[in-house]
Design a protein. Structure first.
Length: 308
């Protein structure tokens, strides 16, 4: 299975990216299509099947593709391949792996996007050479994929990695999850936008716009990112202390703000942990972009093929 040709699929809220992955983990051919989630999962499964059939034409003569790995936003059941209720797709309890598998007659494995990207970066990207790594996605929410000695840490019920809903301010604002002062309220895109709007008494389109304002010397915008980074660093510090994780690979739209976010995150991680733990911690930016999800989904499919 390790030396097999496979297809990786990154199913996102707006687009579906597919790649043909060689036995040595190179994406040798790729294509993409719009997700059009509103048309429903049957249509999306059909579009994936069409694009995968195109890629299968590129498998060398005499070889056969052996598995398909799909990564998508959660929540999902990795074991059964059911998408439970991904908010940015709007579908409910969809046996998506089965739907794609029936169309292509190949085994299909479904993996959470943060977890797939974590596997991708650990084995082929910025996490290479680390023993314990967390991939942190900071976008419209905050989530983490944890890889320890090459294997994903899922937890007993598959919910491990909910970094966005770790409390960093016990008296903080109420979160959509019902808790208070969650990391995500401060560090995710919507939290950055509303913090800036509140402080500056002005409307702003996105976290990217706040980052731009900060880069142009807007003090309020700089402070909003400082707090976002501090909340993020405190959350990552909890991960470092609990699980002895020393490599953090950063991913997602908000991370494009760069050091505006990462410098306060690094400082907070050091501040909220033991000196020795903080000194070991390394915060780096992901190297693979959306290829991390495709390569990680294939890694996951191969592992499942081996019974993992
Ligand atoms: Zn929460």
């Amino acid at each position: 299975m390790n030396d097999s040709w496979c297809i990786g699929v990154d199913l996102g809220g707006t687009s579906i990216k597919c790649g043909l992955v060689s036995p040595d983990n190179q994406i040798v051919e790729r294509n993409s299509a719009p997700t059009l989630a509103l048309q429903g999962p049957e249509q999306a499964a059909e579009r994936i099947a069409q694009n995968v059939r195109v890629l299968l034409e590129y498998v060398p003569a005499g070889k056969h593709a052996q598995a398909i790995g799909i990564c998508s936003p959660g929540p999902m059941d990795h074991a059964t391949g059911v998408l439970i209720e991904p908010p940015n797709l709007g579908w409910k309890n969809v046996p998506f792996a089965k739907m794609v598998s029936e169309r292509l007659n190949l085994p299909v494995t479904l993996e959470h996007d943060a977890k797939a990207s974590a596997l991708g970066e650990y084995h082929f990207g910025a996490g290479r050479g680390s023993d314990a790594m967390a991939l942190i996605i900071v976008g419209t929410g905050v989530s983490a994929g944890i890889v320890i000695k090459g294997e994903l840490y899922r937890g007993v019920h598959g919910t491990a990695g909910e970094l966005g809903h770790i409390t960093v301010d016990v008296d903080g604002p109420v979160c959509r999850c019902g808790s208070n002062g969650c990391v995500e309220l401060f560090a995710a895109g919507p939290g950055i936008v509303s913090a800036y709007e509140y402080a500056a008494h002005t409307r702003v389109e996105s976290a990217k716009a706040v980052a731009l304002a900060a880069q142009n010397g807007d003090e309020l915008a700089v402070r909003v990112f400082e707090r976002a980074g501090r909340a993020l660093g405190a959350g990552m510090g909890a991960l470092a202390m609990l699980m002895d994780i020393s490599t953090f690979v950063m991913f997602g739209g908000v991370v494009s703000a760069g050091e505006l976010l990462l410098t306060p995150a690094r400082n907070a991680l050091k501040h909220y942990t033991y000196k020795s733990v903080g000194a070991r911690a390394r915060i780096v930016v992901g190297e693979l972009g959306s290829d991390a999800g495709i390569l990680g989904a294939v890694y996951s499919a191969r592992a499942k093929g081996r019974g993992g």
